[in-house]
Ligand binder design. Structure first.
Ligand code: NI
Length: 226
């Protein structure tokens, strides 16, 4: 399941972030790729120690915390700080699946990647190519969103970034360990939550919505791990 979060960052925030990011010292993306992924990755990334990138990462985390849509779709338990990538001059990231386990920076805490998120930081008409292609249950989904928008998808999915042949594509990406490890269970909870919200929009006093909401919370109680 892919879920599009529009305008996670506002126009001014994303423009300022882009301006700052372009001035940073970019590194070969293979430094942070897993053994298998390093063979297919030619983009550039910023070091986790980069203070400007950390600030923008904090802004993204702050915005996520205020997004009911992200909360509903990801059911976050632990969120890794965002990383940043840059594609230009034909660079790409071929088909891969993200690593399952990461360590929280400056800590020994392990984080299982259940959910991947990409935040698009460049306007789609500022570069050619660069689609995020995700193999979903229903085939390949090609994603190229407005700057400031985010896409949330299962970390277990096979995905790639197409070569950027003109312009520059900047993006932020990060992984979330969800309260609910199973993609299927998480998707059902999301669908149920959407249905409850829809019923409540039509009838804020709906008794059915109250019962469905009870089922939502009892399923979450049954399926969540903390
Ligand atoms: Ni990936």
């Amino acid at each position: 399941m892919l879920v599009h979060i529009p305008q996670l960052l506002g126009a001014e925030e994303v423009a300022l972030s882009r301006e700052i990011l372009l001035q940073q010292p970019w590194q070969d993306g293979r430094l942070t790729a897993g053994h298998m992924a390093a063979h297919v990755k030619t983009n550039q990334q910023l070091s986790r120690d980069n203070a400007s990138a950390q600030k923008i990462g904090d802004l993204i985390l702050d915005k996520l915390g205020q997004s009911p849509l992200f909360m509903s779709v990801a059911l976050p338990l632990k969120v890794l700080p965002p990383l940043f990538n840059r594609y230009e001059g034909g660079t790409s990231y071929g088909d891969h699946t993200d690593n399952a386990i990461f360590t929280m920076p400056n800590s020994t805490m392990r984080v299982r990647s259940d959910v991947s998120t990409t935040v698009f930081l460049s306007e789609p008409d500022a570069y050619v190519g660069g689609e995020l292609v995700i193999v979903d249950t229903y085939g390949e989904q090609r994603v190229k969103l407005a700057a400031g928008d985010a896409i949330v998808y299962p970390a277990s999915s096979l995905h790639r970034v197409e070569p950027v042949t003109e312009g520059v594509r900047l993006g932020a990406f990060f992984w979330t360990q969800s309260l609910v490890a199973s993609n299927e269970q998480r998707q059902m909870l999301y669908d149920l939550d959407c249905a409850v919200q829809q019923v409540l929009t039509e009838d804020s006093a709906s008794a059915a919505a109250r019962r469905l909401s009870g089922i939502y919370h009892n399923l979450l109680r049954m399926w969540s791990q903390t």
